[in-house]
Design a protein around this ligand. Structure first.
Ligand code: CA
Length: 230
């Protein structure tokens, strides 16, 4: 199995150093980058297997980098925030970060988080986003039992319907292109017609929307793809 590559994007030398040291000891190939703009240039050339990202960076901040990454890639992102940025880390998760650690953190804990996130990312896409049920006012999605309920009534979904709904719901308001959904839900098998996604979205709407012709959750973003509105 090839070694996982990790970018540590962090401008505090002491933190960058200790994090890199621990990750290298754990067997990862680490590139330490102290500047957001430089990080962007490196990411444009190559996206690693995981990104550890400080929020406050010179050059380009962690939010902008996450947004840039999320438009292009599923690469797992672990955000590093300080206590003062408590609110920010929630925004970070909403923006698509996979996990976060709050300074000061133990490097060993960060290594554990890295392992966990990479394990989830290495899954086949089946409920690989995390284990927690997602509950909204009229819709609940439980990845452990793979059960979906609307207004308390169980809904029967196929495997792919469930996987797609769960993926979208794990990233509220994030737009997924059809290719991206094919990649994540169907494993990018190139014999599958992109129209498959359209069909699955339509079926899902018939199952979970009270008015499938005027969906509230599964929205089409014209010319781009689909997103989940909580
Ligand atoms: Ca910083």
């Amino acid at each position: 199995m090839p070694e996982n590559t990790i970018y540590v994007i962090e401008d505090e030398p002491s933190i960058a150093e200790v994090v890199s040291l621990y990750l290298r000891r754990a067997g990862y190939v680490v590139t330490s980058i102290p500047d957001g703009q430089v990080a962007l240039e490196l990411l444009e050339k190559r996206i690693p297997d995981l990104v550890i990202l400080d929020l406050m960076l010179p050059g380009m901040d962690g939010y902008s980098l996450t947004r840039w990454l999320r438009e292009r890639s599923d690469v797992p992102v672990i955000m590093v925030t300080s206590r003062r940025e408590e609110m920010d880390r929630i925004a970070g998760l909403e923006m698509g970060a996979d996990d976060y650690v709050v300074k000061p953190f133990s490097p060993q804990e960060l290594v554990s988080r890295v392992r966990a996130v990479l394990r989830r990312a290495g899954g086949t896409g089946k409920a690989a986003e995390g284990e927690q049920a997602i509950v909204f006012a009229n819709l609940s999605i439980d990845p452990a039992s793979r059960e979906v309920q609307t207004n308390g009534v169980p809904v029967e979904l196929t495997v792919k319907e469930f996987d797609m709904l769960y993926l979208l719901a794990c990233h509220p308001r994030q737009v997924f292109s059809r290719d991206h959904l094919l990649e994540r839900v169907w494993g990018g098998a190139d014999y599958i017609d992109p129209g498959t996604v359209t069909v699955h979205v339509r079926r899902l709407r018939e199952k979970i929307e009270s008015d499938p012709s005027a969906p509230r959750h599964l929205l089409t973003v014209w010319g781009v793809g689909y997103k989940f509105e909580p």
